[in-house]
Design a protein. Structure first.
Length: 219
C-alpha cells in the first residue's frame, strides 16, 4: 500500500483550498519530488537499511549503439533503449541492481577508464559489465548481442523521468503509480510543504493522510 504522486498532490491542494487547480497541482508535484529526495537522503543517512523501501524496479529493452558511437577498442556495445535517470546520490551507490531481467543475475559496474584493462583481463574479459554515461546504461562485452532486456533497480528521486521508458508495453511510470516513498516519509513531505512552501499556519504535526477520505487523484 502506498500513495501516488497524484494522490499526494491532491491532499496538498485540498489543504491549500485549491482542489480543482490543476496547474497548482503540477507545481505541487515538483515540490513533492524535491522534498521527497531530501527526506529520503535523511532517512538513509540515519538507517541505510531503509533503501529497500524506496527502490523502484523495472525491465527495459536494449539497443545496439550506433557504429559511430562504438569505441573500436571495445567492440560494439548495447545500451538501454531509453534514458535512465540518475539515482539518488547517497552512500556512493549507483544502482542497486543492473543485470538479467530475472533480477537474480547482476552485472558488475565498471568505470569507463578501467575498461581497456578489464576487457583483456584473464578473469574479467568475458564478464558482463555495465557503465552509466549520457543517461544510458551501457553494457560492455561484444558477445552480448543475444541479451534483449535488462532489469534495473534503484532509488530515483524523480521517477517521472521514467515515463518515456517502455516496460511491458506501457510507460515505466505514471503519476498514478505508487510513489516510491514510505508512508511515514510521505507525512514528512506533506508537513514540510505545508509549512515551508505553502506557509499554511497551525501545522505543528504531520498531517495524517487518509486517501479514501481526502484525496481525489488529479486527471
Amino acid at each position: 500500500m502506498g500513495f501516488s504522486l497524484n494522490e499526494i498532490a491532491s491532499v496538498l491542494s485540498e489543504r491549500a483550498n485549491k482542489p480543482l487547480d490543476v496547474p497548482f497541482q503540477e507545481e505541487l508535484k515538483a515540490m513533492i519530488v524535491y522534498w521527497g529526495a531530501r527526506v529520503m537522503k535523511n532517512s538513509l543517512k540515519n538507517n541505510p537499511n531503509n533503501r529497500r523501501f524506496m527502490q523502484t524496479s523495472f525491465v527495459v529493452p536494449l539497443e545496439k549503439i550506433p557504429l559511430v558511437d562504438c569505441p573500436i577498442n571495445y567492440g560494439c556495445e548495447l545500451q538501454t533503449a531509453c534514458d535512465i535517470p540518475a539515482p539518488l546520490r547517497t552512500s556512493g551507490i549507483l544502482y542497486d541492481y543492473v543485470g538479467l531481467p530475472t533480477m537474480d543475475s547482476p552485472f558488475a559496474y565498471t568505470k569507463e577508464e578501467l575498461e581497456p584493462y578489464l576487457a583483456h583481463g584473464k578473469y574479467t574479459g568475458n564478464h558482463i559489465r555495465y557503465t552509466y554515461k549520457d543517461n544510458r546504461v551501457k553494457l560492455r562485452n561484444a558477445k552480448l548481442q543475444k541479451i534483449k532486456y535488462i532489469g534495473i533497480r534503484g532509488i530515483f528521486p524523480d521517477p517521472r523521468k521514467l515515463a518515456d521508458c517502455i516496460c511491458n508495453n506501457k510507460p515505466c511510470y505514471s503519476d498514478d503509480d505508487v510513489y516510491p516513498l514510505p508512508e511515514d516519509l510521505v507525512q514528512e513531505v506533506i508537513k514540510a510543504i505545508l509549512t515551508t512552501e505553502l506557509r499554511i499556519p497551525n501545522v505543528e504535526e504531520a498531517v495524517e493522510v487518509d486517501i479514501n477520505k481526502d484525496a481525489t487523484p488529479s486527471k
